[in-house]
Unconditional design. Structure first.
Lengths: 503, 148
């Protein structure tokens, strides 16, 4: 059920505080709060200005161009968009792809998820987690981590780099490659790349295990914070393999309710429109997806690592499965909904990715075999994949002239829209209620958002230093108080009433 | 075997003069110098993990377009330094060296920044005529650096 803080009962006369912009990948977001005379939080909204222009750009383009074009949606997970589009157009091609093609695509995808998870945890989140949400701003970044915890930073950088090397070997480039094409792939893994990756993968496996331990230790050290910060009881949605295993590349859709009971299972991604509906709210540009069977009030859900690890029945790799079991036990067999638990599950997934990569590197099909499939031409295809931050849908219609006539994309940030809003409300109510604005308090909001989707902190390429502008307005709209943080990280507090300025 | 010399250029080829770094790499690569001695790399931005590309080098040349330097180019010997402008996807060269020093607990190899004077970074524009003239001059200097 939506929080009562979504809409104030009587907004007239409340003071408005805006965190604007909170950045994201495509465009900007902001957080607005309405406070009463006692500084009590009455309304909190995370607004994300979603850029949907790609759906129009793509109309009229030849379908074989699209897997390359859609990568420009994202600088962190272009591979996910490439693969989702390629999977959709496999349907248009009309034939299942070959074993070699699927294994090479899986290798690419698990490399992608690995590097993205490493980027998120080590570069974006670890400064908050290791130093504290309101620690020294000048140290709260990856270089600060490198100085204080050089081994952790080094492992993080090398884990990300290895994931990028996997992408390079399968897609031709670390960013915006071209490996996956409708009907298959355009290259095998070269012998030289194969030798190089195999030489490093055992070390990566050890470091990925260390990363899970770090995440676990953080929870153990401060359960009061980690178990409750930004916790929202949400339904969970993800792909699972037909046998219930975690699968990031393909599968059927499964949803659980907030208590863990399965409410949808085995749903084909091709029929996602029968499962999910998107609600429009007048105060936000971004839609709010929900499970049709539950309705908009009860049907919103979480996607991403926290959903996936708890939605599956098991993880089909031994080390990650052992960690999943430990995580489930930590939650006493009830789903964990705390925002910071995203990090723990993210590291479990990263470990799984390395195990999968290791297995695929032992498979001769990635070095040779038929790359492309052909079949009977179709006019529509839906591609779904588990991107690093959650379930990603690409839905296309293609005319007889091979030009795309319709495109619909639902990205992970959209799926998590309501859940992120609820998490921000939870944090605002707990930490900002009645308080004077400080950089550290603002960062609490960022921490909650960042746990879901690092794209929000990456849109302006900031690392723990999103440009923020929080203005406290009186009932007469006069500025009473203002706190700003520049894109360069400098922090300025202007007490307008007294005329004082502090930096 | 790691090549002792690394030439690393960065920029967005679709943004006018921001293409100078990648264009410099493209020209130098076409010289077909001894591949065992020189490695060329390019990317859109200077990122944290690029610090690891410096490992094992005798000398490194970093090439970027600059709106601030004097024409046709400026050459700077880099030192590690913290950067108040630290970004997740875009480091300054000095911050990159600082990351290297922190991660490796040793000084980075000698790194030289070749900043080529640029005029405009407009999306979809080709490099300006003035920038391409500056690039020619910078290439002559870079070729000499390679054969030092």
């Amino acid at each position: 059920m939506n929080s009562p803080l979504e809409t104030a009962t009587n907004p007239q006369g409340l003071r408005r505080v805006a965190i604007d912009p909170v950045s994201r990948v495509e465009g900007h977001g902001k957080v607005t709060l309405l406070l009463d005379a006692d500084k009590r939080v009455q309304q909190v909204r995370l607004h994300i200005v979603e850029f949907r222009g790609f759906e129009k750009f793509i109309e009229g383009r030849p379908y074989w161009e699209v897997p390359v074009m859609v990568q420009r949606l994202c600088g962190i997970c272009p591979v996910s968009h490439q693969l989702a589009a390629a999977k959709a157009f496999d349907r248009v091609i009309g034939a299942p792809i070959t074993a070699s093609a699927e294994k090479i695509r899986r290798l690419m995808h698990y490399g992608q998820v690995m590097q993205s998870h490493a980027l998120h945890f080590f570069y974006l989140a670890s400064p908050d987690l290791l130093f504290g949400f309101d620690s020294d701003l000048n140290r709260r970044n990856i270089v600060g981590v490198a100085q204080a915890h050089p081994e952790i930073a080094r492992k993080g950088v090398l884990l990300r780099k290895f994931g990028q090397e996997v992408i390079l070997a399968t897609a031709g480039k670390r960013v915006h490659g071209s490996g996956a094409v409708p009907g298959g792939v355009n290259r095998h893994v070269s012998a030289a790349d194969h030798v190089r990756l195999r030489g490093d993968v055992a070390q990566m496996l050890a470091w990925a295990q260390d990363a899970v331990e770090i995440a676990k230790q953080l929870h153990a050290q401060n359960p009061a914070l980690y178990d409750h910060f930004g916790a929202v009881p949400a339904n969970l949605l993800s792909l699972v393999r037909a046998d219930g295993a975690l699968d990031l590349y393909d599968g059927v859709l499964r949803a659980r309710d907030a208590k863990g009971a399965i409410i949808v299972d085995g749903a084909s991604a091709q029929d996602y429109l029968g499962l999910i509906e998107e609600e429009v709210k007048p105060w936000s540009y971004m839609k709010f997806p929900f499970l049709k069977s539950l309705g908009s009030e009860l049907g919103w859900y979480q996607v991403g690592p926290l959903a996936r690890v708890q939605n599956c029945d098991f993880i089909p790799s031994p080390l990650a499965e052992a960690q999943r079991r430990e995580f489930v036990a930590y939650g006493n067999d009830q789903p964990v909904h705390a925002a910071l638990a995203y990090h723990w599950t993210r590291m479990i997934e990263m470990l799984h990715c390395v195990e999968v990569i290791q297995g695929l590197l032992d498979d001769p099909d990635i070095l040779g075999g038929k790359r492309m499939a052909t079949g009977q031409r179709q006019h529509r295809g839906v591609g779904v994949i588990e991107a690093p931050r959650g379930t990603l849908f690409h839905d296309y219609e293609v005319g007889d002239d091979d030009l795309v006539t319709r495109c619909n994309l639902i990205v992970s940030t959209t799926h998590n829209n309501q859940a992120m809003n609820e998490a921000v409300r939870s944090v605002a109510a707990q930490y900002l209620d009645g308080q004077e604005l400080t950089e550290g308090l603002l960062n609490h909001i960022e921490v909650a958002i960042r746990a879901y989707d690092p794209c929000l902190s990456c849109a302006t390429h900031a690392l723990g230093q999103m440009p923020l502008d929080v203005v406290l307005l009186g009932a007469d709209r006069q500025t009473l108080d203002r706190v700003t943080r520049s894109p360069h990280g400098s922090f300025c507090h202007e007490a307008i009433a007294s005329g004082a300025t502090a930096r | 075997m790691t090549a002792p010399l690394l030439v690393f250029g960065w920029g967005n080829p679709s943004r006018g003069d921001d293409a100078l770094g990648p264009l410099c790499i493209e020209h130098l690569r076409s010289l077909s110098l001894d591949a065992a001695r020189v490695e060329y790399q390019e990317d859109f931005q200077l990122q944290i993990e690029h610090a690891l590309d410096l490992v094992g080098r005798e000398r490194v040349l970093l090439v970027d377009a600059s709106l601030d330097c004097a024409a046709p180019f400026e050459v700077t010997q880099l030192q590690p330094a913290y950067d108040a402008h630290l970004m997740s996807h875009a480091l300054t060269p000095a911050a990159l060296l600082q990351v290297y020093a922190e991660l490796r607990t040793e000084p980075p190899p000698p790194c030289t920044l070749l900043a080529i004077r640029a005029e405009r970074f407009e999306l979809g524009e080709p490099p300006s005529r003035a920038a391409l003239i500056n690039l020619e001059a910078a290439l002559r200097w870079a070729k000499a650096w390679l054969t030092d």
